[in-house]
Design a protein. Structure first.
Length: 265
């Protein structure tokens, strides 16, 4: 495994084509401080630009938590008035947008607590895999805060409007298997299986045609944005796949009855 970047509270490592972005404050259940929110867009940009990286896994350090939320000990200094709160919220939004805006697939690996700001980052990823001990909660109603429209949309897109209201209005902790029923989590496995399950799936994605993987992600993004018919951009995206070496390799490997060896990245 190769270490790419390290800060005090965030680490980025790469194992072949799978990069891992770790929230690294296990002593505080990986509570997310303002420095982490500031650093995340830059780290995500590094991963986006690294041609060797095909999939990114977001996780928390240790075994107790993915992330227990934003670091409440900073609230008085960082969110004590409207101006400070506006600046703080902008940093949070930028971090979540950076994750959501990646062209490469992202997977949140959730163990233990995934609360508040932790859930915000997890929901900005493409997929969420959790262990049976995981607990999720979105908690603005317990703190007298208002969730942003972008963050609310992610909940609605996954859970639907009425369930999103239940999640937001109650702020209750949601057990992993219930989170699957609500649409917040995609897979639940036993704690000792989570890491292998997540990275095995990530490695499967790295063996697929990356043009197809990223184009599929873009098509889903457009559907969630309200597009219901092809426009010239989506037609061009689809038609251009026929001109890639990966398409030629996919056809060759099928006819030759062998696994494909895709090269595009």
């Amino acid at each position: 495994m190769t270490e790419l970047t390290m800060t005090d509270d965030l680490t980025v490592t790469r194992d072949d084509a799978v990069a891992t972005l770790t929230l690294n404050r296990p002593q505080s259940h990986n509570a997310i401080n303002i420095g982490m929110y500031r650093a995340l867009p830059g780290l995500v940009a590094e991963l986006e630009a690294d041609a060797a990286v095909k999939v990114v896994v977001l996780r928390g350090a240790g075994e107790r938590s993915f992330a227990s939320g934003a670091d409440i000990t900073e609230f008085e200094a960082e969110r004590s008035d409207a101006v400070k709160a506006k600046n703080y919220n902008a940093k949070v939004a930028a971090a979540e947008r950076a994750l959501e805006g990646m062209t490469k697939p992202t997977i949140a690996m959730i163990h233990g607590y995934c609360i508040g700001g932790g859930a915000g980052l997890a929901l900005a990823c493409d997929m969420r895999f959790a262990d049976t001990r995981a607990k999720l909660a979105i908690t603005p109603a317990k703190l007298g805060l208002v969730y942003s429209l972008e963050s609310t949309k992610r909940v609605v897109d996954l859970a639907g409007p009425s369930r999103a209201k239940w999640i937001l209005m109650s702020g209750q902790q949601i057990q992993a298997r219930r989170a699957v029923e609500l649409g917040l989590v995609d897979e639940v496995v036993e704690p000792e299986e989570l890491e292998d399950y997540t990275y095995d799936f990530a490695r499967v994605i790295t063996t697929r045609a990356q043009f197809s993987v990223r184009a599929g992600k873009e098509m889903v993004r457009r559907v969630l944005g309200g597009q219901v018919r092809d426009d010239q951009e989506t037609l061009d995206l689809r038609n251009s796949s026929f001109e890639t070496e990966d398409f030629a390799e996919g056809v060759r490997s099928f006819l030759e009855k062998r696994p494909p060896e895709f090269r595009w990245s």
